[in-house]
Design a protein around this ligand. Structure first.
Ligand SMILES: [Zn+2]
Length: 416
């Protein structure tokens, strides 16, 4: 195996997707060319210029793929080599502590006091009953879409978004209730610091006669947030994740390098991790950020008391939405994930470890499935059109470098 160089740091998914597409294209091209040559043996000789032309020179040189990312699969975890990778490693280790702070049984019990459990369990009961009936109406042995525990989390998500937590951009002036404008950062007071606010935003009242200042401490202690009940997506995901733990779910805190955070909850019914974004009241909508909002993402890393996993492929299904991953090389990222996971699972019993390892393999297969279906979807976007001169062209939306229509014209020239 060749050593990994920094030039290979870019997104493995994007590269792989592009190269797989290129491979598919070449296989397809070759097959069509062979079909064409075979049909020629029997076809009457024609001197029409179109038949003489097999492959037109294309806009892009038709170089064979390098297979560099395929060569590196499976990746071999490599300790971070340079200062940049080590900085990223340190940052990920720091982030991995956030969901650990939820693991406090006493505080979790207290947190439950804030949750209207009866209402939530009733709603969950109703929904799971409805889903069971729906499944039964579809035929025997049909599984309901979601299990009871999933319905509990869904009810919690609704309550959290609709009645419990408030979104705050600029805090209103507490003296005259006028809007405020941001004026920068302030040092946290000892009290704010003690409650986990390392950053305090400062806002000034927009009403001239008032001139009051409002402080907005960015608390990262979920139990403090339970009292504050407001914030932006960081606060929302942190507090909601803790409440999921409080009702007994396995939950992950998902950090995204493009400044969003959300949670994932393990569905025992579906035997997989499900995206749960309290800010959006979104359940199992992993494409929301890319296909819904049109965002491009580089890293989505899930942290929990059980370790760390790179779950980017769940959220980025097409290389069109993939940003370059340049913070460290892919083998280094894998090393960091393994390192955090080993730290968290060190004290686990053999049986639990074994169960989690089985789950890791299942998730790995799930995530790879998304890469494959993503490529298939890209190929399905292509269509055949007839040109004015009667020749055929394979065209597609301009979808990045991998499927440039100009390159694909060469395919059509081989005959369809
Ligand atoms: Zn004011």
């Amino acid at each position: 195996m060749s050593p990994i160089t920094p030039t290979q740091d870019h997104s493995a998914e994007a590269t792989l997707a592009q190269e797989m597409t290129e491979r598919f294209r070449q296989v397809l091209s070759l097959k069509r060319m062979n079909d064409l040559s075979a049909s020629r043996v029997h076809a009457p000789v024609s001197s029409s210029p179109r038949e003489r032309t097999q492959i037109q020179p294309t806009a892009k040189p038709d170089a064979p793929p390098s297979y560099s990312s395929l060569r590196n699969i499976p990746l071999v975890p490599t300790p971070p080599q340079d200062a940049r990778s080590r900085r990223f490693r340190n940052m990920l280790h720091r982030l991995s502590n956030i969901p650990l702070r939820w693991e406090n049984p006493g505080l979790l019990d207290e947190a439950l006091q804030a949750v209207p459990l009866e209402q939530i369990y009733n709603e969950a009961e109703d929904e799971s009953e409805r889903l069971r009936a729906e499944a039964e109406s579809l035929g025997r042995n049909k599984k309901p879409a979601w299990g009871y525990q999933d319905c509990v989390v869904r009810a919690l998500l609704r309550w959290f978004k609709r009645t419990f937590f408030t979104w705050v951009n600029n805090p209103a002036c507490q003296r005259c209730y006028s809007p405020t404008v941001p004026v920068g950062l302030a040092e946290p007071t000892p009290e704010e610091f003690a409650f986990g606010a390392q950053q305090v935003e400062l806002y000034k009242c927009s009403h001239e006669a008032c001139g009051n200042y409002e402080r907005f401490p960015r608390y990262n202690d979920a139990f403090v947030l339970l009292q504050r009940r407001c914030g932006r997506n960081g606060e929302w995901a942190n507090c909601f994740g803790m409440l999921c733990r409080a009702i007994g779910c396995r939950v992950r805190w998902v950090w995204n390098s493009e400044d969003h955070v959300w949670t994932e909850v393990y569905s025992t019914h579906r035997r997989r991790w499900v995206q749960a974004d309290p800010c959006e009241e979104a359940w199992d909508k992993p494409r929301l950020y890319t296909e819904g909002w049109g965002k491009k993402l580089a890293y989505c890393i899930a942290f929990s008391s059980e370790g760390a996993v790179d779950v980017t492929r769940r959220y980025v299904r097409s290389y069109r939405h993939a940003l370059d991953r340049t913070r460290c090389s892919e083998p280094e990222l894998l090393y960091i994930m393994d390192e955090i996971t080993a730290m968290r699972r060190g004290k686990l019993e053999g049986r639990d470890k074994f169960r989690l390892e089985g789950e890791v393999m299942r998730e790995h297969r799930e995530l790879w499935g998304y890469v494959i279906t993503g490529i298939a979807a890209e190929l399905c976007r292509l269509r055949v059109e007839t040109r004015r001169d009667g020749s055929l062209a394979i065209v597609g939306e301009r979808v990045g470098e991998g499927l440039d229509p100009k390159v694909l014209e060469g395919l059509a020239e081989t005959g369809t």
